[in-house]
Design a protein around this ligand. Structure first.
Ligand SMILES: Cc1cc2nc3c(=O)[nH]c(=O)nc-3n(C[C@H](O)[C@H](O)[C@H](O)COP(=O)(O)O)c2cc1C
Length: 171
């Protein structure tokens, strides 16, 4: 390994640590192809615009479900609730039928969604940007629902219960 390869690897390690220092929720990003649902766990999710409402997700091009997203005009984002860690684990594994035996439904815009999630979005793809290992999918919101359930949180490589947050006391 050359010294520049080593410094690249060191930088990537430091960047991974930076990401672990940034708590997020956990989403399942879904799509439909040939009548079958596909999805993966994603924490690279962000609001982009409010008018019109748009969000983004970043999907690794090596993911087995990536070609389904690339070919699709619609996708879903289910923000997992605090008691859905098993769903996060199921969708962080690659390949296979992740929806078998799971409680899921089809939204009003024909997008697969996780039932009892903290929130669900259905989106129409408006832009795809290649960025290194990942593609950024920007979607315009077609439908938006919240359940009122607390969210599942991901921080430092572990899952946390968003129902048990301790408020910061302000003086
Ligand atoms: C908490 C968590 C967050 C993740 N975030 C992302 C992400 O933002 N983008 C991504 O491409 N993969 C992400 N992954 C990894 C994918 O879920 C994982 O690679 C999955 O196996 C891909 O499934 P597939 O190969 O069936 O498409 C995340 C995994 C976990 C557990």
């Amino acid at each position: 390994m050359s010294s520049s390869d080593q410094s690249d690897a060191d930088l990537i390690d430091r960047v991974k640590k930076v990401h672990r220092a940034f708590p997020t929720g956990v989403t399942i990003v879904t799509t439909e192809a040939d009548g079958q649902p596909f999805g993966l766990a994603v924490n690279a999710f962000s609001s982009v615009s409010l008018s019109p409402p748009m969000v983004l997700v970043c999907i690794n091009e090596t993911s087995s479900s990536y070609p389904r997203f690339f070919a699709s005009r619609r996708f879903g984002v289910s923000i997992l609730s605090h008691d859905q860690q098993d769903v996060a684990m199921r969708f962080s594994r690659s390949g296979g039928d992740k929806f078998a035996g799971l409680s899921w439904h089809v939204g009003e815009n024909k997008v697969p969604l996780i039932t009892d999630a903290a929130a669900n979005l259905e989106l129409e793809v408006v832009s795809m940007l290649m960025a290194g290992t990942h593609t950024i999918f920007i979607g315009k919101v077609l439908s938006a629902e919240t359940s009122g359930k607390p969210s599942l949180l991901y921080s430092g490589g572990g899952f946390f219960d968003g129902a048990q947050l301790v408020p910061v006391v302000t003086s």
